[in-house]
Design a protein around this ligand. Structure first.
Ligand code: COA
Length: 325
């Protein structure tokens, strides 16, 4: 994925978070849990939850429109929606998202890679732009986990949140390479398919948290190392590491093994929880808003999740201002 004809450049970044915040104390009022347990074990203090009438497509369209606005565009060649929580099993969510954005007629499809969905989508978008198939691809990570989380299951109900984030990837771009997606790498391990799953015929997600944790750390470290090596960076060259926000302790363990100082690790899990495919673009926007990402910074994105799946991307941060819906 590094030897295409064109450069693929990240040019826009947008988000949409539902208005309603649910705190740990809110959850502790109806579940046998506490703020202290949740915060110390996961780093999460609060998460956003969509109203029952708000679907994944609506969140996705809002984030997608925000990303186009951030890039100063009104259209794109392809809308790619990464989600674990489509509003319907059939058809895909993306055509509805494109139409909601006023882009009826534009190519649109969903991608399912659970918490790695955004990085998988970014990899597909990069490859299509590099190959010349598309001049611009909108990659949206959008989730409404509140639809598949059992409100009575304290081991998952405290972890997940709703939201959407999106980036625009375009052909060409800055001569200095700012925004260039340099390399991506992806992997999977189906032996772990039962560790994060909605079992056939059931409504709710089940997760073997401890086992997922144990597998996540080495998989993320390996993936981040491989993507950095492919572009000639030592782990110490990474200016910002933006990992999937599943658990603050996972991010800290990965950073330690990569020898990265804490200030280079982006973590917004405290405010939004685990938003699966939306997690990395939401973290990128959070960091950009706070001046934690400067144009030209060497950024590594690494995700891990259900499937099991994982993936990383190495890119140079663009001169971009996130737009929030
Ligand atoms: N509040 C209070 N206690 C809780 C609890 C909660 N919300 N959830 C679980 N517990 C209890 C368990 O029942 C268990 O009790 P026991 O020791 O009496 O049996 C104890 O806490 C420890 O449970 P365990 O699951 O081993 O905790 P943990 O330290 O592994 O933390 C997770 C649980 C889910 C936070 C953690 O495993 C995790 O983050 N896993 C990774 C998830 C992930 O990365 N997903 C990514 C893909 S999306």
């Amino acid at each position: 994925m590094s030897d295409g004809t064109y450069t693929a450049t990240l040019t826009g970044l947008g988000t949409c978070l539902p208005a309603r915040t649910v705190t740990n104390d809110d959850l502790a009022r109806r579940l046998d849990t506490s703020h202290a347990w949740i915060h110390s074990r996961t780093g999460i203090a609060r998460r956003r939850v969509a109203d029952p009438g708000t679907g994944t497509a609506e969140l996705a369209a809002a984030a997608g429109s925000a990303a186009l606005a951030s890039a100063g565009r009104t259209s794109c060649d392809l809308v790619l929606v990464a989600t674990t929580t489509p509003d319907r099993a059939c058809p895909a969510t993306a055509p509805r998202v494109a139409t909601a954005m006023g882009l009826t007629g534009t190519a649109a499809f969903d991608l399912s890679a659970v918490c790695s969905g955004f990085v998988y989508g970014l990899s597909v978008a990069t490859a299509m732009v590099r190959a010349g198939t598309c001049a611009s691809v909108l990659v949206v990570g959008a989730e409404r986990y509140s639809a598949i989380v059992d409100p009575e299951d304290r081991s998952t109900a405290v972890i997940f949140g709703d939201g959407a984030g999106a980036v625009l990837v375009e052909r060409g771009g800055d001569p200095a390479g700012r925004g260039a997606v340099l390399h991506t790498e992806l992997g999977s391990d189906g032996t772990g398919e039962d560790l994060i799953t909605v079992p056939p015929g059931e409504r709710y997600l089940r997760m073997e948290g401890r086992e997922v944790y144990t597998r996540a750390v080495p998989a993320m470290v390996g993936s981040a190392r491989r993507v950095a090596e492919a572009v000639g960076w030592l782990p110490g060259d990474i200016d910002a590491f933006v990992g999937h926000q599943a658990n603050l302790r996972i991010l800290e363990a990965v950073a330690k093994r990569l020898d990265l100082p804490p200030e280079r690790v982006v973590a917004n899990i405290e405010d939004v929880g685990n938003t699966a495919a939306a997690s990395i673009p939401l973290a990128l926007a959070w960091a950009a808003d706070r001046g934690r990402l400067a144009p030209g910074d060497r950024v590594v994105l690494t995700a891990f999740g259900g499937g099991l799946t994982w993936g990383s991307a190495a890119l140079l941060w663009p001169d971009v201002r996130p737009v929030h819906h």
